[in-house]
Design a protein around this ligand. Structure first.
Ligand code: TUI
Length: 315
């Protein structure tokens, strides 16, 4: 049986798998590879100015004719120019993170762009449904990068109960077992970030991929709680120093300055000691580098196997 959900029709994709729009990590190449494989690839805009993002969008458009998305990081100083660009380029799907995208929803709807915000609370989910978003991503704190407070296991069913648009589960999903669990919780789709870091088509430095593959169960840490923007990373020298600085009472401004440029250092230069290696708790379940299409095939196959075993056992 095909793994198709309502989300596939809404987005024009073959399988209900989204690739997280990770800042610096999710380039046009990765997004295009995931879309070509039947999922929804998503370019991460992070803190990039519109001109930088435009290059990635053009790259993806050359590499695939299938739909792909762009993630807007709402804390970015360039949000307004990024929104202008995405409307101009008529990007088919926009996901948002790290804030409330309410004031941009109407502009995207006017150009036919599907809007899918990340929500980390029921209250925000209800507010955004009223504004007419097309689906929502319920992302638990197992995820990498900037996170909310709740786990995927408790957040997804609560969002599913609170809204009538399709819900996509994210955070801690790395294989068919996690995917099947998300569908059991009522999700119509899943989003994976960390596993796609190790896709062949992902252009991050090799050291970054190796660090993800090496990670064990307790190797991530959450830094930056005092700034109001907690971030999950693979624990390293930078995380240790950041923690110490935070404990010593550094202000959010000082911490922001300390963290500036550190993700780029890890992604581009492969500095996994003094750079910020953002990754989710599922890093421990990522074992190898492989093509994006193989990741998608493995998840689909794994999901079907888990569900058919459950049926044999319980039905
Ligand atoms: O956005 C992400 N993950 C990210 S963004 C990022 S770049 C960054 N670097 C340093 C500091 C902060 C960001 C790296 N990883 N995931 C989606 C996500 N959105 N997680 C949590 C949220 C969220 C949080 C609060 C969504 C909405 C929200 O609403 C607050 C409100 O205004 O109600």
């Amino acid at each position: 049986m095909a793994l198709k959900t309502s989300l596939c029709e809404i987005l024009g994709i073959e399988v209900p798998i989204l690739q997280g729009g990770m800042a610096w990590v999710a380039t046009g190449e990765l997004a295009a590879a995931v879309s070509e494989a039947g999922g929804l690839g998503i370019i991460g805009s992070g803190n990039a100015p519109a001109a930088v993002l435009e290059v990635e969008i053009k790259k993806a458009k050359q590499l695939t004719k299938k739909p792909f998305g762009v993630n807007i990081m709402l804390l970015s100083p360039f949000v307004d120019e990024v929104v202008d660009l995405l409307c101009r380029e008529e990007v088919r799907v926009v996901t948002t993170g790290a804030g409330n995208p309410g004031k941009y929803v109407d502009r995207f709807k006017a150009v036919g762009t599907k809007v899918i915000p990340v929500v980390s609370s029921v209250a925000l989910a209800k507010r955004l449904e009223r504004l007419g978003v097309d689906a929502m991503i319920a992302e638990g704190m197992e995820a990498g990068g900037h996170i909310g407070d709740l786990t995927t296991m408790v957040l997804v069913p609560q969002i599913v109960d609170a809204v009538s648009v399709p819900v996509i589960a994210a955070g801690g999903i790395a294989d068919g077992r996690g995917a099947a669990a998300a569908f059991c919780l009522g999700a119509q789709g899943i989003q994976l970030g960390t596993r796609f870091i190790c896709a062949d088509e992902c252009t991050v430095h090799d050291n970054y991929k190796k660090q993800v593959i090496k990670a064990k169960d307790r190797d991530t840490a959450v830094t930056g709680r005092s700034t109001g923007h907690p971030v999950r990373v693979l624990y390293n020298k930078l995380a240790r120093e950041y923690e110490r600085f935070e404990k010593e009472g550094a202000t959010p401004e000082q911490l922001e300055q300390f963290g500036a440029g550190k993700l780029a250092a890890a992604v581009r230069e492969g500095d996994v000691v003094n750079g910020s290696v953002m990754a989710g708790q599922s890093a421990a379940m990522v074992r190898k580098e492989e093509p994006a299409a193989a990741i998608i095939a493995d998840i689909i196959e794994g999901t079907k196997q888990v569900i058919s075993k459950l049926k044999e056992k319980f039905c």
